[in-house]
Design a protein. Structure first.
Length: 368
């Protein structure tokens, strides 16, 4: 997620802090120091906030570990002011699996509440007055926050966990994409209710902030989920580029330069006289070649020969998961040994940026 900073890694999953969470931590710290009459009180307040941070992280790892149980990995988890977002590598195959993954997060908060309640009982004494137990400082505050997290996350609307529970229930009875749209629509309806409550009922501006996050989060979640589901049901054959150019091993660096500048393609499969794929050449190869060789040099001396190829009938989702850490890669697609297409893993807008950088580098080499 953009505007996020990696802080550490747990069980192979990178943990990121969104900049808004960092700002919130600074605001809370400043408020605690300003309102406290002693340094100790301020430190206790900041530690309580960090304990909440730990509860949110534990909630997300509830999702992560349950997903891992069903064979689904997690790319990373990002902590936001209203909670965390764990990015799974794929959607669980069965609605029942998604149901368990969604419920695992709130289940962790239930365990935390139970442990805090036991701790408060031990501190106050089993025979203490019930009301006294529930007014015992930071422990009760943290327990209350976890109860709020449980209730908020179980609201039946995206992007909350309750929305995923609802989608899993609906997906067992209808098309997955339709179930996702229904859950996302309920999420946006919930956002409008938050706006109404923030303006006219509770009159708390923080509810409006939550409404914005829920509104845009619901839409983003719906687009991502539908896209992932569509990829899971299709092969590379349906998404590969069929209209593309190749470079012959006898092409020169000068010819490749003109070809890159003339078209939209920035990487080219290299073929020999028998039309066999023998390498790949792209902008970086050409620039490095021009720095060290004359423009008449053939591409077969500088091309990349360690190729990563995919078969035309491979699952698109499996390939996207396998190469998710290489978003700019262009994969040659083979039908047995015959080159039939190219599969771009990056964004088309990246191509225009790559060409602009290529032109700037050529200007420095005085070869344009």
């Amino acid at each position: 997620m953009s505007w996020s900073f990696r802080i550490f890694q747990i069980a192979g999953v990178g943990v990121y802090l969104h900049v808004t969470f960092i700002l919130l931590l600074v605001v809370v710290g400043f408020a605690e120091v300003s309102a406290s009459d002693s340094v100790l009180t301020a430190v206790i307040g900041i530690l309580s906030f960090l304990a909440l941070f730990a509860c949110v992280l534990a909630h997300e790892f509830g999702h992560i570990l349950m997903a891992r149980h069903f064979g689904v990995g997690t790319r990373d988890v990002t902590l936001l002011p209203i909670g965390g977002v764990a990015r799974l590598e794929k959607i669980p195959e069965k609605p029942s699996q998604e149901l368990w993954v969604a419920l695992a997060g709130p289940a962790v908060n239930v365990v935390i509440v139970c442990l805090l309640f036991i701790w408060i009982l031990l501190v106050e004494g089993v025979s203490a007055d019930f009301q006294t137990i529930f007014t015992h400082g930071e422990g009760v505050n943290l327990m209350t926050v976890n109860l709020i997290m449980i209730g908020f996350n179980l609201l039946p609307a995206f992007p909350m966990d309750g929305g995923r529970v609802l989608r899993a229930f609906l997906a067992s009875r209808m098309d997955y994409a339709k179930a996702t749209r229904i859950a996302a629509s309920l999420g946006r309806l919930m956002a409008l209710l938050f706006v109404f409550a923030g303006l006219f009922w509770i009159k708390n501006p923080f509810l409006i902030f939550i409404a914005l996050v829920v509104w845009f989060g619901a839409g983003q979640e719906a687009r991502w989920a539908v896209s992932k589901h569509q990829r899971q049901g299709n092969t590379i054959r349906h998404f590969m580029i069929r209209d593309f150019y190749t470079a012959h091993t006898a092409c020169t660096l000068l010819q490749m330069t003109n070809r890159i500048l003339a078209g939209k393609q920035t990487e080219f499969p290299v073929t020999n006289d028998r039309d066999e794929l023998v390498g790949m050449i792209g902008i970086h190869n050409v620039l490095d070649g021009l720095k060290n060789h004359p423009p008449s040099t053939h591409v077969d001396t500088i091309m990349t020969t360690e190729l990563k190829t995919v078969e035309v009938d491979y699952s698109l989702e499996s390939i996207m998961t396998q190469y998710q850490r290489h978003p700019g890669m262009l994969l040659p697609v083979l039908d047995q040994t015959r080159l039939v297409g190219l599969l771009p893993l990056g964004n088309i807008s990246d191509l225009s940026l790559a060409r602009r950088v290529f032109v700037e580098e050529l200007a420095l080499l005085n070869l344009r």
